[in-house]
Design a protein around this ligand. Structure first.
Ligand SMILES: *[C@@H]1O[C@H](CO)[C@@H](O)[C@H](O)[C@H]1NC(C)=O
Ligand SMILES: *[C@@H]1O[C@H](CO)[C@@H](O)[C@H](O)[C@H]1NC(C)=O
Ligand SMILES: *[C@@H]1O[C@H](CO)[C@@H](O)[C@H](O)[C@H]1NC(C)=O
Ligand SMILES: *[C@@H]1O[C@H](CO)[C@@H](O)[C@H](O)[C@H]1NC(C)=O
Ligand SMILES: *[C@@H]1O[C@H](CO)[C@@H](O)[C@H](O)[C@H]1NC(C)=O
Ligand SMILES: *[C@@H]1O[C@H](CO)[C@@H](O)[C@H](O)[C@H]1NC(C)=O
Ligand SMILES: *[C@@H]1O[C@H](CO)[C@@H](O)[C@H](O)[C@H]1NC(C)=O
Length: 458
């Protein structure tokens, strides 16, 4: 059963200038699936098209499957269903279609290595619910090599299609509360992807991730379409670092037609993300669509290149389009997020068409990430180059936070940033001005009123 995201997206964009749909309005999606039972059935595989922009390589075109396996569940919300899930996936690997039944909850209490998948469809109609045994997961979730990232399960392989309209729920509350007590808690990513190729993930509802919703590493030719992300804390402890997607060591990744309510980057391109297409997203409450952070680790060379971001609605966010690079000196954003001193390049990035509504900075280029002391940052300029960057067709209004500034273009030296263009920036601050802090950039190609008044970084 496909849920009607298209309708919700239309509503979201139509009401941009007025109230946007609340989290409550979308939080029941997927629950309708869990509430009612229908006879066993398979979902037909969605016909995902990349539109209006096309990825750099042809999208995957999976063959039909020839076998159906139904995953069993204890259905009591506490007995681990992982053995049933693994059995169904093995039984139907290499050409089958695995159904996670509509109205059924699959309770997952064991870390699953799903990198063996090959020519398979996962039809998630019901719900995957992860246990909140924080001790177990911290000892057993899969480590990724970047920023202490770990995940509940690790998805990889070739020609894997996941769809079905069901829900994947990270049961995050226990994690939000634990992280508030100890920032070194290793909170798993909901959807860990390592080495996935030629695959399409679509029509899924993701809720209450302990940390990022997706971490996509070592992957190529993967499309995410029609993904609905939300889930906050119901205690005083916020759900932190709930990035929608982070890409890492990956190429030819498309993320499109999705709705994201979260509390950190809507999408972030981490080191070695190339040929990335992002289009038609509604992001609420986020930190924007971000390149970076990059240059975090001494001795590493980070590349983010050939990225096209098109048609994004950005509401109640710290940033719209953002590039964040650590300076060339040890810096700390917080105890668990430190870095600086790395090199690399950000090249050929286009942000085209962004609707800005109550966003602190519509555009933020920041080469002093993690370093509050600007003088110190400029003493140790980053060697990481930022070239051929286009921001165009931005429209809307920022928040009051930095007014009259609507953006910042701050490079740590005059030699590293070249070819930064901002055109048709029809964004104003609440007072009607469109100023921006400009440092070590060519102001003549920026369609904003440059000033040297520094108001701060996000
Ligand atoms: C990606 O692949 C590299 C090289 O095979 C491997 O060392 C690394 O563990 C993989 N996973 C991640 C998250 O980088
Ligand atoms: C990883 O966690 C350790 C402690 O567990 C911490 O010292 C370190 O700063 C963390 N690294 C990053 C990059 O978050
Ligand atoms: C832990 O998960 C169970 C369901 O698996 C739930 O009943 C309980 O409320 C959760 N605890 C917290 C602190 O969220
Ligand atoms: C990124 O690619 C560059 C160039 O191939 C390489 O030197 C660097 O180690 C890669 N970084 C990561 C994190 O894989
Ligand atoms: C832009 O994205 C919205 C969803 O936010 C979608 O409804 C609209 O059709 C998209 N526009 C184009 C030209 O694709
Ligand atoms: C820049 O990136 C786009 C994809 O976003 C790609 O189509 C184009 O060929 C790239 N340009 C160059 C000069 O590589
Ligand atoms: C900022 O860094 C400069 C240069 O290292 C130093 O002189 C100054 O005291 C620092 N300011 C603060 C507030 O730490």
């Amino acid at each position: 059963m496909r849920f009607q995201l298209a309708t919700a997206l239309t509503i979201a964009s139509a009401t941009l200038s007025v109230a946007s749909p609340t989290f409550e309005a979308v939080s029941n999606w997927g629950k309708s699936n869990a509430g009612q039972k229908r006879p066993d059935h398979t979902s037909s595989r969605p016909n995902v098209k990349c539109h209006p922009h096309k990825p750099h390589v042809p999208p995957p075109s999976p063959a039909a499957r020839h076998k159906v396996c139904y995953a069993k569940s204890h259905g009591d919300g506490k007995t681990d269903d992982t053995p049933y899930i693994m059995k169904a996936l093995h039984d139907c690997n290499n050409g089958g279609h695995v159904v996670f039944r509509e109205g059924v909850q699959y309770f997952i209490g064991t870390a699953m290595d799903l990198t063996f998948l090959n020519h398979i469809d996962l039809d998630i109609q019901g719900m995957w619910l992860f246990s909140n045994d924080t001790d177990y997961w911290q000892a057993n979730s899969f480590p990724f090599v970047f920023q202490n990232v770990t995940s509940f399960f690790k998805l990889g392989g070739n020609d894997v299609n996941i769809y079905g309209g069901g829900t994947i729920d990270g049961n995050g509350q226990a994690w939000y509360d634990l992280y508030a007590k100890d920032i070194y808690t290793l909170r798993p990513v909901l959807f860990g992807v390592d080495g996935l190729k030629n695959s399409i993930l679509s029509d899924l509802v993701l809720r209450y991730s302990p940390q990022y919703y997706h971490f996509v590493a070592n992957s190529s030719n993967v499309i995410f379409d029609n993904i609905n992300i939300a889930g906050g804390s119901n205690s005083a402890n916020p759900a932190k670092n709930t990035d929608g997607w982070d890409t890492y060591r990956s190429t030819d990744i498309t993320i499109q037609n999705s709705y994201i309510v979260n509390g950190d980057d809507c999408v972030a391109f981490k080191p070695n993300s190339t040929n990335i297409l992002i289009q038609n997203l509604v992001c609420k409450g986020s930190h924007g669509i971000s390149v970076g952070s990059l240059g975090q680790y001494v001795g590493q060379f980070d590349i983010v290149e050939n990225v096209h971001v098109y048609n994004i609605s950005m509401t109640d966010a710290s940033d719209g389009a953002r590039i964040k690079v650590w300076p060339n000196t040890a810096s700390a954003l917080s105890g668990d997020l430190q870095g600086g001193g790395g090199s690399g390049r950000v090249n050929n990035i286009t942000y085209d068409t962004m609707y800005i509504n109550n966003v602190d900075y519509a555009i933020e280029v920041d080469q002093c990430y993690g370093q509050k002391n600007l003088t110190l940052c400029l003493e140790y300029p980053s060697p990481l180059t930022i070239t051929d960057i286009v921001f165009k067709n931005f429209i809307g209004k920022t928040s009051t936070k930095y007014q009259p500034q609507i953006g910042t273009f701050a490079c740590s030296s005059s030699t590293v940033c070249n070819g930064i263009v901002a055109s048709d920036i029809n964004v104003v601050s609440p007072g009607g001005k469109n100023e921006a802090y400009c440092l070590n950039v060519d102001a003549s190609t920026l369609d904003v009123v440059c000033t040297d008044v520094f108001k701060g970084f996000n």
